[in-house]
Design a protein around this ligand. Structure first.
Ligand code: ZN
Length: 352
Protein backbone atom coordinates (compact mmCIF):
# COMPACT_ATOMS: atom_id res chain seq x y z
CA UNK A 1 0.00 0.00 0.00
CA UNK A 2 1.37 3.45 -0.78
CA UNK A 3 -1.11 5.73 0.97
CA UNK A 4 -3.74 5.78 3.69
CA UNK A 5 -7.18 7.00 2.72
CA UNK A 6 -8.37 9.01 5.72
CA UNK A 7 -11.76 9.56 4.07
CA UNK A 8 -12.62 5.93 4.82
CA UNK A 9 -15.09 5.53 7.70
CA UNK A 10 -13.30 4.67 10.98
CA UNK A 11 -14.22 0.94 10.98
CA UNK A 12 -12.88 0.49 7.44
CA UNK A 13 -9.80 2.51 8.33
CA UNK A 14 -9.30 0.21 11.35
CA UNK A 15 -9.21 -2.78 8.99
CA UNK A 16 -6.68 -1.05 6.71
CA UNK A 17 -4.45 -0.11 9.67
CA UNK A 18 -4.56 -3.61 11.13
CA UNK A 19 -3.69 -5.23 7.81
CA UNK A 20 -0.43 -3.23 7.76
CA UNK A 21 1.42 -5.44 10.24
CA UNK A 22 3.23 -3.43 12.90
CA UNK A 23 4.41 -5.77 15.64
CA UNK A 24 6.60 -3.76 18.06
CA UNK A 25 9.92 -3.04 16.33
CA UNK A 26 8.35 -3.20 12.84
CA UNK A 27 6.30 -0.01 12.89
CA UNK A 28 8.20 1.86 10.15
CA UNK A 29 5.87 0.99 7.24
CA UNK A 30 2.80 2.10 9.19
CA UNK A 31 4.54 5.19 10.61
CA UNK A 32 5.51 6.16 7.03
CA UNK A 33 1.87 5.87 5.92
CA UNK A 34 0.63 7.90 8.91
CA UNK A 35 3.28 10.58 8.40
CA UNK A 36 2.59 10.96 4.70
CA UNK A 37 -1.21 10.99 5.13
CA UNK A 38 -1.04 13.67 7.84
CA UNK A 39 1.54 15.72 5.90
CA UNK A 40 -1.08 16.08 3.15
CA UNK A 41 -3.53 17.69 5.61
CA UNK A 42 -3.15 21.49 5.22
CA UNK A 43 -4.23 22.44 8.78
CA UNK A 44 -1.62 20.22 10.50
CA UNK A 45 2.11 20.56 11.07
CA UNK A 46 3.87 17.22 11.39
CA UNK A 47 6.99 16.09 13.26
CA UNK A 48 8.57 12.69 13.42
CA UNK A 49 11.02 11.01 15.80
CA UNK A 50 11.88 7.40 15.01
CA UNK A 51 8.53 5.77 14.31
CA UNK A 52 6.54 8.30 16.32
CA UNK A 53 4.52 10.85 14.35
CA UNK A 54 3.19 14.01 16.00
CA UNK A 55 0.74 16.31 14.21
CA UNK A 56 -0.75 19.50 15.60
CA UNK A 57 -3.13 22.31 14.89
CA UNK A 58 -1.89 25.83 15.68
CA UNK A 59 -4.96 28.01 16.05
CA UNK A 60 -3.92 29.89 19.22
CA UNK A 61 -6.85 28.39 21.12
CA UNK A 62 -7.10 28.88 24.90
CA UNK A 63 -6.51 25.16 25.53
CA UNK A 64 -4.45 22.46 23.90
CA UNK A 65 -5.36 18.80 24.26
CA UNK A 66 -3.32 15.76 23.27
CA UNK A 67 -4.91 12.72 21.63
CA UNK A 68 -2.51 9.78 21.59
CA UNK A 69 -2.27 6.14 20.61
CA UNK A 70 0.40 3.54 19.96
CA UNK A 71 0.66 2.04 16.49
CA UNK A 72 2.42 -1.21 17.43
CA UNK A 73 0.79 -4.52 18.30
CA UNK A 74 1.70 -7.71 20.09
CA UNK A 75 2.64 -10.77 17.97
CA UNK A 76 0.02 -11.62 15.37
CA UNK A 77 -1.26 -14.99 16.61
CA UNK A 78 -2.56 -15.97 13.11
CA UNK A 79 -5.20 -13.29 13.45
CA UNK A 80 -4.72 -11.27 10.21
CA UNK A 81 -5.92 -10.16 7.71
CA UNK A 82 -9.00 -8.79 9.45
CA UNK A 83 -12.42 -10.36 9.00
CA UNK A 84 -15.62 -8.38 9.47
CA UNK A 85 -18.65 -10.35 10.68
CA UNK A 86 -21.88 -9.28 12.33
CA UNK A 87 -20.78 -5.80 13.30
CA UNK A 88 -17.46 -6.97 14.65
CA UNK A 89 -13.92 -6.69 13.26
CA UNK A 90 -11.69 -9.65 14.10
CA UNK A 91 -7.94 -9.24 13.90
CA UNK A 92 -4.72 -8.49 15.74
CA UNK A 93 -4.63 -4.84 16.80
CA UNK A 94 -8.35 -4.19 16.32
CA UNK A 95 -8.98 -3.50 20.00
CA UNK A 96 -5.42 -2.67 21.14
CA UNK A 97 -5.47 -0.18 19.66
CA UNK A 98 -5.79 0.54 15.95
CA UNK A 99 -9.51 1.27 16.28
CA UNK A 100 -8.50 4.14 18.59
CA UNK A 101 -5.75 5.15 16.16
CA UNK A 102 -8.29 5.14 13.30
CA UNK A 103 -10.56 7.48 15.25
CA UNK A 104 -7.65 9.80 16.07
CA UNK A 105 -6.51 9.87 12.43
CA UNK A 106 -10.05 10.71 11.29
CA UNK A 107 -10.25 13.57 13.82
CA UNK A 108 -6.85 14.85 12.72
CA UNK A 109 -7.86 14.88 9.06
CA UNK A 110 -11.45 16.11 9.34
CA UNK A 111 -11.44 18.77 12.08
CA UNK A 112 -9.68 21.77 10.50
CA UNK A 113 -10.89 24.21 13.19
CA UNK A 114 -11.34 22.37 16.51
CA UNK A 115 -12.48 24.43 19.52
CA UNK A 116 -9.26 23.45 21.32
CA UNK A 117 -5.86 23.09 19.71
CA UNK A 118 -5.08 19.41 19.32
CA UNK A 119 -1.80 17.52 19.24
CA UNK A 120 -2.14 14.03 17.78
CA UNK A 121 0.54 11.53 18.81
CA UNK A 122 1.02 8.14 17.09
CA UNK A 123 3.86 6.30 18.79
CA UNK A 124 5.92 3.13 18.58
CA UNK A 125 7.05 0.39 20.98
CA UNK A 126 4.28 0.44 23.59
CA UNK A 127 3.89 -3.34 23.83
CA UNK A 128 7.51 -3.99 24.87
CA UNK A 129 10.00 -2.99 27.57
CA UNK A 130 9.35 0.48 28.96
CA UNK A 131 12.76 1.87 27.94
CA UNK A 132 11.89 1.43 24.22
CA UNK A 133 8.52 3.22 24.55
CA UNK A 134 8.18 5.89 21.84
CA UNK A 135 6.13 8.18 24.06
CA UNK A 136 8.83 7.99 26.73
CA UNK A 137 11.50 8.78 24.13
CA UNK A 138 9.60 11.82 22.85
CA UNK A 139 8.98 12.94 26.46
CA UNK A 140 12.76 12.85 27.03
CA UNK A 141 13.90 14.35 23.73
CA UNK A 142 11.04 16.64 22.66
CA UNK A 143 8.91 17.28 25.76
CA UNK A 144 7.53 20.43 24.09
CA UNK A 145 5.81 18.24 21.44
CA UNK A 146 3.62 16.76 24.19
CA UNK A 147 2.69 20.00 25.93
CA UNK A 148 -1.01 20.42 26.66
CA UNK A 149 -3.71 20.99 29.27
CA UNK A 150 -5.21 17.52 29.09
CA UNK A 151 -4.54 14.25 27.25
CA UNK A 152 -6.73 11.41 26.02
CA UNK A 153 -4.98 8.10 25.44
CA UNK A 154 -7.21 6.07 23.13
CA UNK A 155 -6.41 2.67 24.66
CA UNK A 156 -9.32 0.20 24.85
CA UNK A 157 -11.80 1.08 27.61
CA UNK A 158 -15.11 0.06 26.01
CA UNK A 159 -15.82 3.74 25.41
CA UNK A 160 -15.70 4.59 29.14
CA UNK A 161 -13.44 7.24 30.63
CA UNK A 162 -10.81 5.65 32.87
CA UNK A 163 -9.06 8.38 34.78
CA UNK A 164 -5.40 8.57 35.73
CA UNK A 165 -3.66 5.42 36.93
CA UNK A 166 -2.22 4.08 40.16
CA UNK A 167 1.50 4.04 40.86
CA UNK A 168 3.44 0.89 41.62
CA UNK A 169 6.41 0.19 43.87
CA UNK A 170 8.34 -3.02 44.44
CA UNK A 171 10.51 -3.55 47.51
CA UNK A 172 12.49 -6.41 48.98
CA UNK A 173 12.46 -6.92 52.74
CA UNK A 174 15.77 -8.58 53.57
CA UNK A 175 15.88 -10.66 56.75
CA UNK A 176 19.19 -11.85 58.12
CA UNK A 177 19.89 -14.56 60.65
CA UNK A 178 22.72 -16.88 61.49
CA UNK A 179 23.32 -20.19 59.75
CA UNK A 180 23.74 -23.39 61.75
CA UNK A 181 23.20 -27.14 61.51
CA UNK A 182 19.53 -27.87 62.14
CA UNK A 183 20.55 -30.55 64.64
CA UNK A 184 21.95 -27.70 66.75
CA UNK A 185 19.34 -25.11 65.86
CA UNK A 186 19.86 -23.19 69.12
CA UNK A 187 23.21 -22.09 67.74
CA UNK A 188 21.55 -20.40 64.74
CA UNK A 189 19.08 -17.60 64.19
CA UNK A 190 16.33 -18.49 61.70
CA UNK A 191 15.82 -15.80 59.02
CA UNK A 192 12.74 -17.55 57.55
CA UNK A 193 11.03 -17.39 60.95
CA UNK A 194 11.77 -13.66 61.02
CA UNK A 195 9.59 -13.29 57.91
CA UNK A 196 6.59 -14.17 60.09
CA UNK A 197 6.38 -10.69 61.58
CA UNK A 198 6.72 -9.08 58.11
CA UNK A 199 3.86 -11.21 56.77
CA UNK A 200 1.76 -10.56 59.86
CA UNK A 201 2.08 -6.79 59.41
CA UNK A 202 1.29 -6.96 55.69
CA UNK A 203 -1.73 -9.18 56.30
CA UNK A 204 -3.02 -6.84 59.00
CA UNK A 205 -2.45 -3.67 56.95
CA UNK A 206 -5.66 -2.07 55.77
CA UNK A 207 -5.05 -0.50 52.39
CA UNK A 208 -6.51 2.93 51.83
CA UNK A 209 -9.16 4.03 49.39
CA UNK A 210 -8.30 7.47 48.12
CA UNK A 211 -10.85 9.67 46.39
CA UNK A 212 -9.55 12.07 43.73
CA UNK A 213 -11.85 14.04 41.41
CA UNK A 214 -14.71 11.73 42.42
CA UNK A 215 -12.82 8.54 41.51
CA UNK A 216 -11.95 6.08 44.26
CA UNK A 217 -8.50 4.54 43.90
CA UNK A 218 -8.21 1.34 45.89
CA UNK A 219 -4.66 0.75 47.08
CA UNK A 220 -2.98 -2.56 47.86
CA UNK A 221 0.12 -3.51 49.83
CA UNK A 222 0.97 -7.18 49.48
CA UNK A 223 3.69 -9.77 49.74
CA UNK A 224 4.09 -11.10 46.20
CA UNK A 225 7.00 -13.49 46.77
CA UNK A 226 9.24 -15.03 49.38
CA UNK A 227 12.57 -16.78 49.04
CA UNK A 228 14.93 -18.32 51.56
CA UNK A 229 16.39 -21.59 52.69
CA UNK A 230 19.72 -23.30 52.25
CA UNK A 231 19.13 -27.05 52.63
CA UNK A 232 16.94 -29.47 54.54
CA UNK A 233 19.39 -29.66 57.42
CA UNK A 234 20.42 -26.01 57.72
CA UNK A 235 18.93 -23.15 59.73
CA UNK A 236 18.63 -20.45 57.04
CA UNK A 237 20.51 -17.18 57.45
CA UNK A 238 18.64 -15.17 54.82
CA UNK A 239 15.06 -14.70 53.68
CA UNK A 240 13.66 -12.09 51.28
CA UNK A 241 10.02 -11.08 51.17
CA UNK A 242 9.06 -9.24 47.96
CA UNK A 243 6.40 -6.60 48.39
CA UNK A 244 4.30 -4.72 45.83
CA UNK A 245 2.50 -1.52 46.71
CA UNK A 246 -0.12 -0.14 44.30
CA UNK A 247 -0.68 3.42 45.39
CA UNK A 248 -3.13 6.19 44.60
CA UNK A 249 -1.85 8.82 42.16
CA UNK A 250 -2.00 11.53 44.82
CA UNK A 251 1.12 10.01 46.40
CA UNK A 252 4.62 10.54 45.04
CA UNK A 253 7.03 7.63 44.72
CA UNK A 254 8.88 8.92 47.81
CA UNK A 255 5.66 9.07 49.80
CA UNK A 256 4.81 5.55 48.68
CA UNK A 257 8.22 4.33 49.86
CA UNK A 258 7.61 6.01 53.21
CA UNK A 259 4.30 4.16 53.62
CA UNK A 260 6.03 0.82 53.02
CA UNK A 261 8.90 1.69 55.38
CA UNK A 262 6.46 2.80 58.10
CA UNK A 263 4.44 -0.41 57.90
CA UNK A 264 7.66 -2.44 58.01
CA UNK A 265 9.45 -0.22 60.53
CA UNK A 266 12.49 -1.96 61.98
CA UNK A 267 13.09 -4.13 58.92
CA UNK A 268 15.63 -3.73 56.12
CA UNK A 269 13.37 -2.48 53.28
CA UNK A 270 15.00 -2.00 49.87
CA UNK A 271 12.99 -0.32 47.12
CA UNK A 272 13.70 -2.23 43.89
CA UNK A 273 11.76 -0.06 41.47
CA UNK A 274 8.80 2.22 41.28
CA UNK A 275 6.71 4.17 38.79
CA UNK A 276 4.49 7.11 39.69
CA UNK A 277 0.76 7.11 39.06
CA UNK A 278 -1.15 9.73 37.11
CA UNK A 279 -3.74 12.14 38.41
CA UNK A 280 -7.01 12.02 36.49
CA UNK A 281 -7.23 15.81 36.38
CA UNK A 282 -10.99 15.61 35.89
CA UNK A 283 -11.49 19.01 37.49
CA UNK A 284 -9.69 20.70 34.59
CA UNK A 285 -12.26 22.39 32.29
CA UNK A 286 -11.18 20.44 29.20
CA UNK A 287 -11.42 17.18 31.16
CA UNK A 288 -14.75 18.05 32.75
CA UNK A 289 -16.17 18.86 29.32
CA UNK A 290 -14.80 15.58 28.04
CA UNK A 291 -16.43 13.51 30.81
CA UNK A 292 -19.72 15.30 30.30
CA UNK A 293 -19.59 14.63 26.56
CA UNK A 294 -18.90 10.90 27.09
CA UNK A 295 -21.95 10.85 29.34
CA UNK A 296 -21.00 7.81 31.42
CA UNK A 297 -19.65 7.69 34.96
CA UNK A 298 -15.81 7.76 34.75
CA UNK A 299 -13.89 4.90 36.39
CA UNK A 300 -10.49 4.91 38.08
CA UNK A 301 -7.66 3.09 36.28
CA UNK A 302 -5.95 0.62 38.58
CA UNK A 303 -3.18 -0.67 36.32
CA UNK A 304 -0.19 1.40 35.21
CA UNK A 305 -0.53 2.90 31.71
CA UNK A 306 1.16 5.50 29.54
CA UNK A 307 -1.10 8.19 30.98
CA UNK A 308 1.55 8.33 33.71
CA UNK A 309 4.05 9.65 31.15
CA UNK A 310 1.75 12.60 30.46
CA UNK A 311 1.18 13.13 34.15
CA UNK A 312 4.96 13.26 34.69
CA UNK A 313 5.03 16.13 32.17
CA UNK A 314 2.30 17.93 34.09
CA UNK A 315 -0.47 16.95 31.64
CA UNK A 316 -3.43 15.22 33.34
CA UNK A 317 -4.63 12.30 31.23
CA UNK A 318 -7.37 9.72 30.87
CA UNK A 319 -7.83 6.53 28.90
CA UNK A 320 -10.79 6.46 26.51
CA UNK A 321 -11.09 4.26 23.47
CA UNK A 322 -13.42 2.00 21.51
CA UNK A 323 -11.71 -1.33 22.10
CA UNK A 324 -12.78 -4.15 24.40
CA UNK A 325 -9.92 -4.37 26.93
CA UNK A 326 -10.53 -7.99 27.94
CA UNK A 327 -9.63 -9.30 24.45
CA UNK A 328 -6.44 -7.24 24.07
CA UNK A 329 -3.36 -9.45 23.50
CA UNK A 330 -5.55 -12.48 22.84
CA UNK A 331 -5.47 -14.66 19.74
CA UNK A 332 -9.22 -13.99 19.34
CA UNK A 333 -8.82 -10.20 19.49
CA UNK A 334 -11.76 -8.29 18.01
CA UNK A 335 -13.42 -4.89 18.18
CA UNK A 336 -17.09 -4.07 17.74
CA UNK A 337 -17.93 -1.46 15.13
CA UNK A 338 -20.54 0.43 17.20
CA UNK A 339 -18.13 1.79 19.86
CA UNK A 340 -15.70 2.90 17.14
CA UNK A 341 -18.41 5.09 15.63
CA UNK A 342 -19.53 6.24 19.09
CA UNK A 343 -16.00 7.31 20.09
CA UNK A 344 -15.53 9.22 16.86
CA UNK A 345 -18.87 10.96 17.27
CA UNK A 346 -18.19 11.94 20.90
CA UNK A 347 -14.63 13.08 20.32
CA UNK A 348 -15.85 15.13 17.35
CA UNK A 349 -18.56 16.74 19.51
CA UNK A 350 -16.01 17.52 22.25
CA UNK A 351 -13.66 19.19 19.79
CA UNK A 352 -16.33 21.07 17.82
ZN1 ZN B 1 -2.41 -0.80 24.04
Amino acid sequence: MDSLDLSLPAPELTVVLCDVESVSGSETALADLVESALSDVPHLSVDRDGDTVVARTSLARAERVVVAGHIDTVLLGDNLPCRVEDGRIHGCGTTDMKSGVAVALRLAAHLPAPNRDVTYVFYDHEEVEAEKNGLGRVARDHADWLAGDFAVLMEPTNARVEGGCQGTLRADVVLRGHRSHSARSWMGDNAVHAAGEVLRRLAAYEAEQVEIDGLVYREGLNAVGISGGVAGNVIPDECVVSVNYRFAPSRSEDEAATVVRDVLDGFDVRVVDSAPGALPGLSHPAAAAFVEMVGREPLPKFGWTDVARFSALGVPAVNYGPGEPSVAHQREEYCDIAPILECEEKMTAWLS
